[in-house]
Design a protein around this ligand. Sequence first.
Ligand SMILES: [Cu+2]
Length: 498
Amino acid sequence: TYWYHSHSGFQEQTGVYGAIVIDPAEPDPVQADREHVVVLSDWTDQAPEALYARLKKQSHYYNRRERTVGDLWQDLREKGLSATWQDRAMWNRMRMSDSDIADINGLAYTFLVNGHSPDDNWRALFKAGETVRLRIINAAAMTLFDLRIPGLEMTVVAADGQNVELVTVDEFRIAPAETYDVLVRPSADRAYTLFAQSIDRSGYACATLSPNSEWQAEIPAMDHAPRLHHRDMGMDHSAMAMAGAAHAGHTPNPATPPGDMDHGSMNHGKMDQRDMSRDRDSHAGHRPPAEMDHRHHGMHSRTVPSDAPIAPAGAGSRAVISHPASENNPGVDMQAQMPTNGLDDPGIGLREHAQRYGRRVLRYSQLFNLGKTLDRRDPERELAIHLTGNMSRYMWSMDGVMFDDAEPILLRFGERLRIVLINDTMMTHPIHLHGLWSELETGEPLRIPRKHTIIVQPGSKISYLVSADAVGRWAYHCHLSFHMPGMFREVRVIGGAA
Ligand SMILES: [Cu+2]
């Protein structure tokens, strides 16, 4: 299951896309009695250029869940004065909001299934007892969806068009550009609702699966809106839990000073001393020479130094995360000093669902390719790339450099390398590489799943392997339409036969 869409301007937002289903040449390992294509999207009657212009001027415009006085009293009751004060002070210092989950949401968008609004409630038929394959495509410009079908479990059989080992879940997150194929087995003669709520719970897309075109199932209420936490900023939990360290782990960029940043008040007891001292050095321009060598008008993607150990295929990167210099870069307003591993994280707003609702939520760490890994070589080198941005200016970039100012990332034809993405921002970015597979390192070297789009959770890191098996110039970018102008690189595979 694939899809196509325009890459010109914001045409994709206006509906220039469609599904592609490729039947395998060999017998399909997935057997189903019938199948339906389910295309999710976010529609607005406004011109996408107008939305973008609004975000550039007022990045919080579509966030109507800013903290209120009522929230303050609740925080005071639950956390006490000291913790509440620390927490509020931190968010204010960063000029950010912990409810900033989606840039644009249900205020501007109507969420669609196959072009139909929730009021239309698009219908798909089945007969009780059948196995139904749903080919789910997120063709939205800006919206991540959390999808479930109350009353039915879903067996994931393919991700991004590639067969994976069966994994049965009740709910999964799907980012723009991702596709998942799932099997459902409705045994009862009743209707079901396919329910896809937006990541910030500002709206939903829905459809009906039913044996009878007249029937309709109940539409569930949306889940609680998530709030960002320290871990979403790549902070160290243990350090954060200590009073007085509320702003120590997250490092605002000194180029965009929050005004009252007070290093003297940091509690260094639990912090990584080496990281902290290096960070301070870099503020003063005393970055160690080894890192100076990698600087090139500000920042660029850096290959891990040759003395750093390169872990074998499947294992993920073991390299220490270091941050490129960011002095005087208004495009970067924060860095994840201690990024968590994003592989096993279902994502913000889904982490509590197992405990609270008993739902099995898909995690990337559960994805294993159905067939054997084709290229079993270990990576020869690692490329660390930071996803960066300035939330309040609505500027997005990689390694602090926007596309217009960036050099291409050069790959040698035939090489096998590891890319480590570090998300320094508090947004969830689905990163899409054209032309080459992104082979997600989920831990089993012989069963590495091949994806074309990888979600990078806020404040986290994730790694995948790439075989440079196609010469050419390839786009490499965040698949959120309005992040794309900056968070974009050309990947150029050179040498070999074209
Ligand atoms: Cu993005």
